[in-house]
Ligand binder design. Structure first.
Ligand SMILES: Cc1cc2nc3c(=O)[nH]c(=O)nc-3n(C[C@H](O)[C@H](O)[C@H](O)COP(=O)(O)OP(=O)(O)OC[C@H]3O[C@@H](n4cnc5c(N)ncnc54)[C@H](O)[C@@H]3O)c2cc1C
Length: 469
């Protein structure tokens, strides 16, 4: 039986049951489970991996939210969900799904405060750097500032709440009746055996299809040959089930890319370096874009360069700043970061043509002095210039996660193609349509965990309300 099958028959047996079954133990699934349990439902989480990690634990763990008490605690008291919503729409050129953008931006603050109050998940607001496209400091993170720590804290809360997370439990197919009500799910175990679990409500929190080459090639051909840097287990099961159930699937060409993945080390080099003054050149030593644009669309720009490679070049000041990021420190330890005393040594260690590199530096000096304009439109006057010694890292463009999926309503219920909610199916995170629109350039920093936590929160709340009915 192929991936994402829906069987239109009664299950042959039932091995266990739960009022709310959640597929996937990432940020979305665990938030949904915690919320459903708090709403009085009997909840079960099914996770294909032996140890839950998901894209959530690979992420930087930064969650944007507006008008939270965590922001107010550091003096950010003029942010609103309307402002946040406007920033999301500005990034996508107005192409994000407006209903979902409104829903996510107004829900996320409440969700983060609830996770803190009900489950002791602490949030700090990052104010050392304004993420591109965000008009206020609104990036929240757990104190360790990593996605792994965020997932660990959610898992610990799930354990304290006595919610079973069944691992090595890949949901291979769904059973649905003639009214599109999901009656049960089948899980396949690594040794080949299977179990069937009846459910009153089902939450799809199994992310998107970044880990499925065939689906990426079908929906996002421009990134099909790039490295996929998200969780390999995200095979697009929610998309297959959505297709089989006749759900409205939206913005399937939308995705988050990243134009700065250390190559071949496969370590994320934060785009904050570019915002601080770093530049990107191709293997010919030439700049090719405005590096202060979005890091998502830069994936495509980098992949278009010879060999699909770029060099990030910066100086000691930016290197010191970058050491604040755990990923960057990892890149230093992995010897991905090269050091050079002057432009000649920089050209030698990167094997970039010295004359072109020198010309690139001369041009930037003119843009900074205001005697010439950058043809790519970057404003070099805002940050200090680059001074020796230099640092450089070889990078490529990558696919981080897909942004399209099932269209949901205010209660995170999955809608069919006529706009009607399915009786008992919910979705969030990468399984639902996101707020980034249909293009790579629509992704505003944090859109991923935004919809994972906000829509997971809604799915948990409203699935619990329906439990036992
Ligand atoms: C390198 C990187 C950095 C990122 N940084 C950020 C950031 O700072 N901020 C931000 O907002 N976003 C970021 N993102 C995006 C963010 O990680 C995702 O948007 C978010 O984690 C999605 O959460 P999720 O719960 O939907 O999916 P996941 O965390 O991927 O969880 C889905 C789970 O479902 C499981 N699963 C899949 N199929 C099945 C099945 N059939 N049966 C059972 N289990 C299944 C998977 O194993 C997985 O554990 C980043 C992504 C990457 C790759």
């Amino acid at each position: 039986m192929g991936a994402g099958t829906v069987l239109r028959e009664a299950p042959p047996r039932i091995d266990a049951e739960a009022q709310v079954v959640v597929i996937g133990a990432g940020a979305c699934g665990l938030t949904a489970a915690l919320r459903a349990k708090a709403g009085g439902a009997d909840v079960l989480v099914l996770e294909r991996d032996a140890s839950p990690s998901g894209s959530t634990s690979m992420s930087s763990g930064f969650v944007p939210a507006a008008s939270t008490r965590f922001q107010r605690a550091i003096g950010v008291d003029d942010d609103t969900s309307q402002l946040f919503e406007a920033d999301i729409l500005a990034k996508s050129g107005g192409k994000s799904d407006r209903h979902l953008t409104h829903l996510a931006s107004r829900t996320i603050g409440e969700a983060l405060e609830w996770l803190a109050d009900a489950h002791g998940i602490e949030w700090i607001v990052l104010d050392d750097f304004l993420y591109p496209g965000h008009s206020r400091h609104r990036m929240h993170a757990v104190p360790e500032k990593t996605g792994a720590a965020l997932l660990a804290r959610l898992l610990a809360a799930t354990e304290r709440a006595d919610i079973p997370v069944v691992t090595e439990a890949r949901v291979s197919r769904l059973y649905a009746d003639a009214n599109n009500r999901i009656t049960a799910v089948e899980i396949s175990r690594p040794k080949g055996n299977s179990e069937i679990l009846a459910c009153e409500n089902l939450i799809l929190a199994c992310n998107g299809y970044g880990g499925n080459r065939e689906l990426v090639a079908r929906h996002i051909p421009e990134i099909a040959r790039a490295t996929y840097y998200g969780h390999e287990g995200n095979k697009g099961d929610a998309l297959y089930w959505g297709e089989a159930l006749g759900c409205e699937l939206k913005h399937l060409s939308g995705y988050q890319g990243h134009g700065s993945l250390a190559h071949p080390h496969g370590i994320l080099i934060s785009w904050a370096l570019m915002m601080e003054g770093a530049i990107q050149v191709n293997v010919r030593g030439e700049r090719f874009s405005n590096e202060n644009g979005g890091y998502s669309e830069q994936a495509v720009n980098v992949l278009r360069q010879p060999e699909g490679i770029a060099w990030n070049i910066y100086d000691e000041r930016i290197h010191e700043f970058a050491l604040n990021f755990p990923d960057y420190r990892e890149a230093v330890e992995a010897s991905a970061i090269r050091h050079a005393a002057d432009p000649t040594e920089l050209a030698a260690i990167t094997r970039l043509p010295a004359s072109t590199l020198e010309k690139t530096f001369e041009e930037i000096a003119k843009y900074r002095a205001g005697t010439a304009k950058d043809p790519f439109g970057r404003d070099f006057t805002a940050r200090p210039g680059l001074n020796p010694p230099y640092h450089a890292v070889r990078v490529t463009g990558a696919l981080f996660h897909t942004q399209g999926g099932a269209k949901i309503d205010d209660h995170a219920r999955v809608l069919d193609r006529t706009g009607k909610p399915l009786p008992n199916l919910f979705a969030g995170g990468g399984s639902a349509c996101g707020v980034s629109g249909p293009d790579v350039s629509g992704y505003l920093s944090g859109n991923g965990l935004l919809t994972a936590i906000a829509f997971g929160f809604l799915a948990g709340t409203f699935s619990a309300q329906r439990a036992g009915r």
